[in-house]
Design a protein. Structure first.
Length: 116
């Protein structure tokens, strides 16, 4: 992959990372709102359900941020488009679809088949 393409992917990953960080900030603000309204006891069950959903979303965003950080490190190490499993190149189309991926489509498919 040439430098311009790598830079393009790096910029895209940084934008997605910033968006996810902002979404996590929104979750934190929502948490603050839930804490304030916990005083109203009739809303406790609803708040617990919302809190569980916020926790799940926050975990998903954190995992994706971690994956993006890892991908950014792979770009810096000049191994961004190399599959961590087989060492083959990851097709650009796959990186465009899932820019934080670490595996080629063949290895990803094999992993999915093992899960089933």
């Amino acid at each position: 992959m040439d430098k311009d393409k790598r830079r393009l992917f790096e910029d895209r990953l940084r934008e997605q990372r910033e968006m996810l960080v902002e979404m996590r900030r929104e979750i934190e603000r929502s948490w603050e709102n839930l804490r304030v309204s916990e005083i109203e006891l009739e809303e406790t069950a609803t708040n617990k359900h919302l809190a569980a959903n916020l926790d799940q979303l926050d975990d998903q965003y954190k995992q994706k941020i971690d994956a993006i950080d890892y991908a950014l490190g792979r770009i810096q190490s000049d191994i961004y488009d190399i599959c961590i499993n087989c060492g083959e190149f990851i097709f650009e189309k796959r990186l465009e679809a899932v820019p934080w991926t670490t595996t080629c489509i063949e290895c990803a498919s094999a992993a999915n088949n093992r899960k089933v």
